[in-house]
Design a protein around this ligand. Structure first.
Ligand code: HEC
Ligand code: HEC
Length: 471
């Protein structure tokens, strides 16, 4: 913990300045979450970013003229989805995506994808890291922007030409030409790429994409003691505890390569074995349709959306299968769907998953057979409401058995401490039925700490005396 905060010191001044700039804006000393949709202009964006902003909110850029980037990445929800549905409907209102919508905040400092990326902690050996999307397949924010525009389950345009025509016939065609040249529309590929660079400029310039205005910022960067409540402070200590929760082992809070701190990610890829989001979960409100096919597996780094690490022959183990990017945890408390497949729906559920994935797999994965005796009730936060004693559990059911060696067994899930410990490295999972590493109180404290990462914190609104995160 101290290590992490010490590393933050050089940044404190710059960030305080950024916070001050924000607080100055609304004139009465409150940190505000800038909202590019409705709030008054807080900063002057470059002409390119202004075009990007118009494009980001432009529903004409979808086949049904009903969906913009902001429909899924809503500025009111930290540029994440405005609902708790696991995966969102596309512009054609029939098909859904196969992955949860990430927040677009704090993406500007993501390094380029590399299979041999250094770890910001300076200790852990190099591993796959960086890049955009849950599987890092987009190399830049500009390249990424082209993907949803042409994805049939998202904005569903039939071609680059259709997108470029929509811009050309739209309200900001003149501005587009001013920024990218009078003849930009003559070349479809160039115009399509220009649109991506405009959106990237918005995402990197606009302070509403990286406001650093959370309670956590006030506490860590401004060194204002007493900002966190005792419960939040206990949660913070746990978050950094290498022998218990070990969260910052992956959700790294120190300075990243480009100097940005407190992003709660080391940009690496890990296989946590999130349960399959399908109809094997009783009363599942929104199973992923693609999962109706028992042969379909979303394996992150090794496909299906990126193809460069697919196993050479199907059925051959590949160490990257099941790995997804460690997400930024800022604003995570504003989300309603968690993990790449959106299978969990509360932070309490997420932290309990880490804690009991190995000790009580029957809480998370379906039974393989009947077992014996009467069903027993599982905790309220479990995905499986009941289990039958003696029934074998289909652990890690969102990965084919041959790929399950990638599953991470670091604390708090398994018994491995320090550095990557996967099943393939010989580490044993925590024994079923053994005691989980965290107590219910510790889980509650961690959830309280995660709540301090939401931007737009108003210091003047004192915590209510009865709140569960106070004591
Ligand atoms: C239908 C919902 C939807 C729409 C519309 C949409 N996105 Fe996304 N966005 C997603 C999903 C789902 C992912 C994760 C996809 C993946 O990992 O394969 C994502 C990922 C991203 C990422 C990568 C974030 C990260 O953590 O690496 C960026 C950046 C992004 N979107 C920007 C945009 C932009 C710009 C637009 C408009 C041109 C847009 N999105 C439109 C659903 C949407
Ligand atoms: C071994 C690395 C690792 C450790 C340790 C770890 N995480 Fe994660 N975390 C990840 C990865 C990878 C994901 C995304 C997994 C996926 O989508 O399949 C994730 C996802 C999450 C999410 C969901 C975020 C979202 O946007 O969906 C939360 C919340 C979270 N972690 C909190 C924690 C907490 C709290 C701890 C400590 C108790 C912790 N993590 C420990 C790697 C880790």
């Amino acid at each position: 913990m101290n290590l992490a905060t010490d590393k933050l010191a050089p940044l404190a001044m710059a960030l305080s300045a950024a916070l001050l700039a924000l607080t100055a804006c609304d004139g009465n000393g409150h940190a505000v979450t800038a909202n590019s949709a409705s709030a008054p202009r807080k900063q002057v964006l470059s002409a390119r970013a202004q075009v990007g902003e118009l494009a980001f909110f432009d529903k004409n850029l979808s086949s049904g003229r009903n969906m913009s980037c902001a429909s899924c990445h809503d500025p009111q929800y930290a540029y994440g989805p405005p609902n708790s549905i696991s995966v969102q409907l596309g512009s054609d209102i029939k098909q859904t995506g196969a992955r949860a919508v990430p927040s677009l905040r704090y993406k500007e400092s993501t390094p380029a994808f590399s299979e041999d990326a250094p770890n910001p902690d300076g200790v852990t050996s190099n591993s796959p890291g960086g890049g955009f999307m849950w599987d890092g397949r987009a190399t830049t924010l500009a390249a990424q922007a082209g993907m949803p525009l042409l994805n049939p389950v998202e904005m569903n345009n039939s071609s680059k030409d259709a997108v470029v025509k929509a811009v050309q016939n739209g309200a900001y065609a003149g501005q587009f030409k001013q920024v990218f040249g009078a003849d930009i529309f003559d070349n479809t590929d160039a115009a399509f790429d220009a649109l991506g660079t405009a959106i990237q400029a918005l995402e990197t310039e606009d302070l509403s994409f990286h406001p650093y205005s959370s309670k956590y910022d006030l506490y860590v960067f401004n060194k204002i003691g007493g900002v966190l409540t005792p419960a939040e402070r206990r949660g913070e200590v746990l978050f950094h505890s290498t022998g218990v929760a070990n969260c910052s082992g992956c959700h790294y809070t120190g300075a990243n390569f480009n100097g940005n701190s407190g992003l709660m990610t080391d940009f690496t890829y890990q296989a946590l074995g999130a349960p399959r989001n399908d109809r094997s979960i009783p009363n599942n409100p929104d199973p992923i349709p693609a999962n109706d096919d028992p042969k379909y597996f979303d394996m992150g780094l090794c496909g299906p959306f990126r193809t460069d690490y697919m196993p050479a022959t199907p059925g051959t183990a590949h160490p990257y299968c099941g790995m997804f990017k460690v997400p930024v945890l800022r604003n995570v408390a504003t989300r309603g769907a968690f993990f790449h497949n959106g299978v969990l729906h509360s932070l309490e559920q997420v932290v309990n998953f880490y804690n009991t994935r190995d000790t009580n797999p029957e809480y998370w994965y379906p039974a393989k057979n009947d077992g014996t005796g009467a069903p027993q009730a599982n905790p309220v936060w479990a995905l499986q409401p009941t289990h039958v004693p003696g029934a074998a559990v289909d652990r890690f059911n969102d990965l084919p058995p041959v790929q399950q060696g990638s599953i991470d067994e670091e604390l708090p899930m398994g018994t491995g401490e320090g550095g990557d410990k996967t099943l393939a490295s010989g580490t044993k999972p925590r024994a079923p039925g053994s005691t989980p590493v965290m107590t219910p109180q510790q889980i509650a404290d961690l959830v309280c700490f995660l709540g301090t990462l939401s931007d737009g914190y108003q210091p003047s609104s004192a915590p209510s005396a009865s709140g569960r995160c106070v004591k």
